[in-house]
Structure formats: C-alpha cells, structure tokens
Design a protein around this ligand. Structure first.
Ligand SMILES: CC(C)(COP(=O)(O)OP(=O)(O)OC[C@H]1O[C@@H](n2cnc3c(N)ncnc32)[C@H](O)[C@@H]1OP(=O)(O)O)[C@@H](O)C(=O)NCCC(=O)NCCS
Length: 242
C-alpha cells in the first residue's frame, strides 16, 4: 500500500472544531488506509448492508472508513453522535442531511476520500491519476466540443493532467446538481487549465456566474475539484484525524 502524501495545505484536524461560516467551503481529506473497525459502530443498517455486500476486503475497508469518517465529520458540524446524523438520498442517489444542516458531498478514488461541505449546494470529485491508453477517445465521447478542442490543442505531455482537471470539474458540477449519468455531459463547458472555471451552460439550466469551480487537488497523484453554487468561496482544507 502506498503512503498518501498530501500537500501541507491540508491541516490535521479532528472533527468537531471548525465551524462553517460565511462563504466557506470545507474540504476534508480522509486516507482510506489503516484500521476500519472503529468506524463500524457508527454506520446505519443500510450502510452495514452495503458494507457486507463487498466481496473484497480492500473495498470493505474503504467503504467503512469513508462512510464512517463522513458521519464523524458531519456529526462535528451538527453537534450530534455520528450514528444520529440523519442521512437521506435524493432521486438519483445524492446523499443529504435531513433538516437544517450544511450541504455535503463525498468522493473517493484509490486510498483517498474527500468530503466537502458548504452552506450552498456543492459537489466534489477526486480521481487518482493513472495512465489512460484511450484518453483522447474518452474525452471525445464525454467532453463538450470546446473542451475536446482545447485538449487536442495541447502538447501530448500536457494532456493527461488537463484531461483529469476537465473530468473532475465536470463530475463535481454533475454531483452538485445531484445528477448522474442521465445528464448531457456536453451541455456545459469547464476549463481544462490550471485555473478552475465553469465557463458556459448551454441548456440555460444554471448561470455560471453564480457558481465557483475550485481546484482542490491534494497531491501530485490525485486531481480533485469542487463545484459550489455561490459566486465566491473561501476554501479551508483539513486532514481527517479520528
Ligand atoms: C455518483 C456519480 C454521480 C459519481 O460517481 P463516481 O465518480 O464514480 O464516484 P465518486 O466517488 O466521485 O462519488 C460517489 C459518492 O457520491 C455520492 N453520490 C451518489 N449519488 C450521487 C448523485 N446522484 N449526486 C451526487 N453525489 C452522489 C455518494 O456519497 C457516493 O459514495 P458511495 O458510493 O460510497 O455511497 C455516478 O453515479 C455517475 O453517474 N457518474 C458519472 C460518470 C461520468 O460519466 N462522468 C463523466 C465526467 S466527464
């Protein structure tokens, strides 16, 4: 198992201390390594049912830690026990807290999960960077014309990072809306460069000016983005400590 080396911008933090104020967006990095057992008691019957359906121990461990840590993080903001966080799911599966509480979203890839919170609707996506043979074909199929043209115009050595930036930004926006694969992926444009941006919405559903797109990549091995429906955002990054 590789050790996760995250950028020092993620400050070690136990759940409970930080309050979400103003336009802040909080992003918690949760390493999915180590002992998963302490988290089991915090999971709901539905989560335990999902947990026991995984065939491989590594998948069980990742699920147990990511969902257990999410409950602990949310409980810290709500001032309740992790087991008492009332999680519900939207029509396409997006989890949310019943009643008054922050918006949150979870993403995981490899041995890392990210949990993002804000007062407004948001989505997060993290992807572990791995070599993709068919990067250009995947982009042609899933990206908008403008995104694909921008990718093709880059030198080959720059395309991989740009691909992951574009992918995670698109996914973060889809997840903020609570949509899944049903959404037309070419109905909006995001940037593919270092500066994250929601550039255009072709179906008129959302006004990009009312959104913030944030690059929150936690290390050289992972690319990550948050999309939040607010026109500016102060990001605080935490490294989850149990
Ligand atoms: C859930 C979904 C929206 C994202 O899945 P993913 O990228 O494979 O996985 P992530 O780790 O980022 O997110 C999974 C988590 O998102 C949350 N989630 C589930 N459904 C969701 C939804 N409709 N909206 C937002 N979040 C959702 C859950 O917490 C889930 O965690 P769990 O599976 O452990 O319960 C997926 O169903 C999907 O449709 N993805 C679109 C894939 C695609 O073609 N992307 C192209 C981008 S160019």
């Amino acid at each position: 198992m590789d050790d996760l080396e995250l950028t020092p911008t993620f400050l070690p933090q136990q759940p409970g201390a930080p309050a979400l104020v103003g336009g802040e967006v909080h992003v918690w990095a949760v390493p999915l390594q180590g002992d998963a057992l302490p988290f089991e008691a915090d999971l709901s019957p539905v989560e335990l049912d999902r947990l026991h359906r995984f065939r491989f121990a590594a998948h069980q461990r990742r699920f147990q830690i990511s969902h257990g840590a999410t409950r602990r993080i949310l409980a810290g903001y709500l001032g309740c026990a992790p087991k008492d966080v009332a999680l519900r799911h939207g029509p396409r599966g997006k989890p949310y807290i019943d009643g008054d509480g922050p918006s949150f979203n979870l993403s995981h890839s490899g041995d890392l999960a990210l949990v993002a919170l804000a007062s407004n609707e948001l989505g997060v996506d993290v992807e572990k960077v791995r070599r993709l043979e068919s990067l250009r074909q995947i982009a042609q199929r899933h990206f908008s014309d403008a995104e694909y043209a921008a990718l093709k115009a880059l030198d080959e050595g720059e395309q991989e990072l740009a691909f992951y930036r574009c992918w995670t930004r698109k996914e973060a926006y889809i997840k903020a809306l609570g949509e899944g694969l049903s959404m037309a992926l070419d109905s909006f444009d995001v940037s593919i460069g270092e500066a994250a941006a929601f550039l255009a919405c072709h179906d008129g559903r959302e006004d990009p000016a009312r959104w913030s797109m944030l690059d929150i990549s936690p290390s050289d091995d992972f690319v990550a983005a948050v999309a939040v429906r607010q026109d500016s955002a102060d990001v605080r990054r935490f490294l989850f400590e149990a």
